[in-house]
Write a protein that binds this ligand. Structure first.
Ligand code: 3HC
Length: 284
């Protein structure tokens, strides 16, 4: 089944990036958020990002114009043409109960066979799937920030996900200009299971005075050819998001190697969440 229309729920950094690439790929793209102000902001950000890509010659101007025309912000779920929706991609905050309550509002409205995907970075796909009326059509579609620039989509198969859903989501990711790579449903999947311990260790190195934050970042940038140092990356992702993922890894894998660095906790308590709050490991 070719997916022609998508509903993106959540218009934060990830949701708006996903909406942008879906609309650019030619899908009629609904964007919904409980926060109307946030949706307005998202639309402005998407327009800015499309403009930047055109300016740099990475996107033809007419494709950007049709992407804008494909985007439809909806204040209420009743404004959606449900029979046409082939996929819902949920990108709200990382809370199991909030996600499930949202699925219960949409799963009966979706046509048979339509897919429910979550952009969760750490919650079990199998457990989320079990709370819906379509566990076989439930899947993890994990995008990376900034979505318009990052090529990967981690495709996470829950225990109940069927083959047709995996294939449809892979085809959709390719249509969005992304490279889908499959993995199984385990805490942190592959990306965050590998990335978060590195960020955590960089925080421990800072806490123990091995070097200051700019030096830790420069050592990893220049020594390992990373585009951003681990502390800059933590600020980019959100220190609170990193802490939350580490807590899931620690609890669900039960291995002390994932214990979150106390400095991360202290920073979250102080509201030093990274770029979004103006201060994290660095000042913005
Ligand atoms: N749309 C369009 N343009 C954008 C953009 C967007 N959304 N975001 C940034 N840009 C632009 C910048 O404004 C900049 O424009 P300029 O050249 O006019 O200033 C341009 O892209 C590129 O910026 P840089 O010159 O800094 O180029 P880089 O080569 O450094 O690329 C980067 C930027 C792609 C962000 C790169 O630094 C990078 O790859 N960083 C690491 C990102 C990463 O690891 N992301 C994954 C995080 S983990 C995650 O998301 C999973 C979650 O579960 C935690």
């Amino acid at each position: 089944m070719k997916i022609e229309s998508a509903l993106i729920i959540g218009s934060g950094t990830m949701g708006r990036g996903i909406a942008q690439v879906a609309a650019t790929a030619g899908l009629v793209t609904y964007v919904h958020d409980v926060n109307a102000e946030q949706v307005k902001k998202a639309l402005a950000e998407i327009e800015k990002s499309l403009g930047k890509l055109v300016e740099k010659g990475k996107l033809p101007a007419d494709t950007a114009a049709s992407a804008k025309a494909n985007l439809k912000t909806v204040g209420s779920l009743d404004e959606i043409n449900w029979p046409k929706v082939g996929i819902v991609i949920e990108a709200i905050y990382e809370n199991f109960d909030a996600k499930v309550s949202l699925y219960k509002q949409v799963h009966d409205k979706l046509p048979a066979g339509a897919i429910l995907a979550s952009n969760t970075s750490s919650i079990s796909i199998t457990k989320l799937a079990a709370a819906t009326n379509r566990p076989a059509q439930f899947i993890g579609m994990h995008f990376f920030n900034p979505v318009p620039l990052m090529t990967l989509v981690e495709v996470i198969r829950g225990l109940q996900t069927d083959d047709a859903t995996v294939s449809a989501v892979e085809a959709l990711a390719k249509q969005m200009g992304k490279n889908p790579l499959r993995c199984h449903d385990m805490p942190g999947f592959v990306s965050n299971r590998v990335l978060m311990p590195m960020i955590n260790e960089a925080a421990f190195a800072l806490m123990e005075g091995v070097a200051d934050a700019p030096t830790i970042d420069e050592i990893m940038k220049q020594g390992c050819n990373f585009p951003m140092g681990p502390l800059t990356l933590a600020d980019f992702i959100g220190v609170d998001v990193c802490l939350n993922i580490l807590e899931v890894l620690h609890k669900d894998l039960g291995d002390p190697k994932f214990r979150p660095c106390p400095l991360l906790r202290k920073m979250v308590d102080a509201g030093w969440l990274g770029r979004k709050s103006g201060r994290g490991f660095h000042q913005y």
